[in-house]
Design a protein. Sequence first.
Length: 97
Amino acid sequence: RIKQVIISSIVEINRQLKIENQLEKSTNTVLFGENGKLDSLGLINLVVAVEQNIEDEFDVTITLADERAMSQETSPFRTVGTLTDYIEMLLGEKLND
């Protein structure tokens, strides 16, 4: 379900991007950093969309872009897969509280 929420968010963001900058809907899609198609503003737009869609889908509020995310050795914003794993961890913590 988390990956589907991210993919839905990518579809939303792709509507705002030029064809050559659109993101593929794959676990291996590089979002940000080397070979990533998103600039910092694009990443912010994606993060906001994902946070809203996670809240709609799971009825839980999470914050993706915080000190914890920025201090990770591997950025959770690198690929769709790393973002999925990070959200899974955050949701696990929230739902087990």
